[in-house]
Design a binder for this molecule. Structure first.
Ligand code: HEC
Length: 154
């Protein structure tokens, strides 16, 4: 039974990969995907932002764990912004036209989010509260900078 399930899951995964590569993604699906990945990013950044504001007790281990997650997560949303997915039929989006006008700048900011999160994971391993909070601020700046330029005010 387990083997069968794995085989079925494998087939589904291969199907998803093939359809992403060979067929145009529906704008609604792309929007759903990018909002979902961004939600996961928001969830994992939440307690870090809370620590910075003093609303969540400082916890270096949690900061390290979530920074490592954010480093990985930074690579996920980009493919949710393919050409033609600026608007959906059913899905609402706050993505700005500028994403498709300045794709390199947009991509660079995701890479920056990844590298600043990697740095945060490193600093968090030291346990130094001041340094960790400073670096959380650096990650937050990347979120803000991208939202300012590439997201409609809501
Ligand atoms: C390179 C650009 C970029 C970076 C970096 C970025 N975001 Fe976003 N984010 C977006 C865009 C664009 C949207 C709007 C997506 C849409 O509505 O289609 C968004 C949406 C969101 C949303 C709302 C998701 C929803 O359900 O509509 C949250 C929460 C969020 N971002 C959190 C974060 C946090 C926290 C960070 C930093 C750790 C971050 N983002 C970094 C571009 C970025």
């Amino acid at each position: 039974m387990k083997v069968l399930k794995k085989a079925a899951l494998g087939a589904v995964l291969v199907g998803i990969t093939a359809s992403t590569v060979y067929a145009a993604v529906k704008p609604d699906d792309a929007i759903e995907y990018r909002k979902a990945t961004m939600e996961v990013i928001g969830w994992n950044f939440g307690p870090l932002g809370g620590m910075l504001k003093g609303k969540v007790p400082f916890d270096a281990a949690l900061a390290k764990r979530n920074a490592e997650r954010l480093e990985y997560l930074a690579a996920l949303p980009l493919e949710g912004f393919p050409p033609g997915a600026d608007k959906g039929e059913k899905e609402k989006t706050t993505a700005k036209e500028t994403i498709w006008e300045e794709p390199d700048k947009f991509k660079d900011l995701f890479e920056k989010m990844g590298s600043e999160s990697a740095k945060l994971a490193e600093v968090a391993a030291s346990g130094d509260e001041g340094a960790i909070k400073t670096q959380i601020g650096e990650v937050a700046k990347v979120c803000k900078s991208c939202h300012d330029d590439f997201r409609v005010k809501h």
